[in-house]
Design a protein around this ligand. Structure first.
Ligand SMILES: *[C@@H]1O[C@H](CO)[C@@H](O)[C@H](O)[C@H]1NC(C)=O
Ligand SMILES: *[C@@H]1O[C@H](CO)[C@@H](O)[C@H](O)[C@H]1NC(C)=O
Ligand SMILES: *[C@@H]1O[C@H](CO)[C@@H](O)[C@H](O)[C@H]1NC(C)=O
Length: 178
């Protein structure tokens, strides 16, 4: 955490968020890494209001038991000819995270934005047969926090979700900060 705090300060000084800067989604791709465990039914961007696009996806869970061990991994890539890892490549124990989300400041940046849009908005176990994210946008806090780390450019946020130690799902969110 100490390292992250220092990185945070460093990046904030290096890339102060400019007034009026935006982060907008340009594409989303979802992929099941284990079709026997989870199946992607829907995955698309849709306008939620003028100039604001929201992320939508629906994943059907085929596993019959409650899921009480979830791994969640975030990597942020920035494009310069190709996408290169720009910041973070961390995996967290998502069940622990949901009990104490503030302990993970990087993931917590996205917390309210994600929780407002998904039915996976509670602590483990997950017994839902369908997990949804509907019309997810980054709220003002997420944008403000995120932009303090990201210079202008094209980004790819890769979220991998595992259950019981096996990667099951990957969501790639493409966006532009300008
Ligand atoms: C992320 O970290 C893992 C484990 O340290 C490593 O295997 C993987 O290559 C890293 N991913 C990227 C894109 O660098
Ligand atoms: C993040 O998830 C990917 C699977 O999509 C994995 O290859 C990588 O090692 C993970 N990174 C870390 C730090 O565990
Ligand atoms: C979680 O999401 C469900 C379905 O969208 C909703 O009915 C419920 O009120 C939400 N719970 C919390 C604590 O936000």
């Amino acid at each position: 955490m100490k390292f992250l705090a220092i990185t945070n300060v460093f990046l904030t000084v290096l890339f102060p968020s400019a007034l009026g800067a935006h982060f907008r989604f340009t594409n989303v791709k979802c992929k099941s890494l284990d079709p026997e465990f989870s199946e992607v039914k829907e995955c698309f961007l849709k306008m939620v209001q003028r100039n604001v696009v929201g992320i939508n996806f629906h994943v059907a869970i085929k596993y019959s038991q409650p899921i009480n061990k979830v791994e969640f991994n975030l990597s942020i890539f920035r494009k310069s000819n190709m996408y290169r890892l720009f910041w973070v490549n961390h995996t967290i124990d998502f069940c622990y995270y949901m009990r104490k989300p503030q302990q993970y400041p990087i993931f917590y940046m996205f917390h309210d934005s994600l929780m407002a849009a998904t039915n996976a908005n509670h602590t483990c176990p997950y017994t839902e047969k369908d997990i949804y994210v509907k019309r997810m946008t980054f709220n003002d806090k997420t944008v403000k926090d995120l932009l303090s780390f990201l210079p202008d450019g094209e980004y790819k946020l890769v979220v991998s979700v595992g259950a019981f130690g096996v990667w099951r799902l990957q969501v790639n969110v493409f966006g532009v900060r300008d």
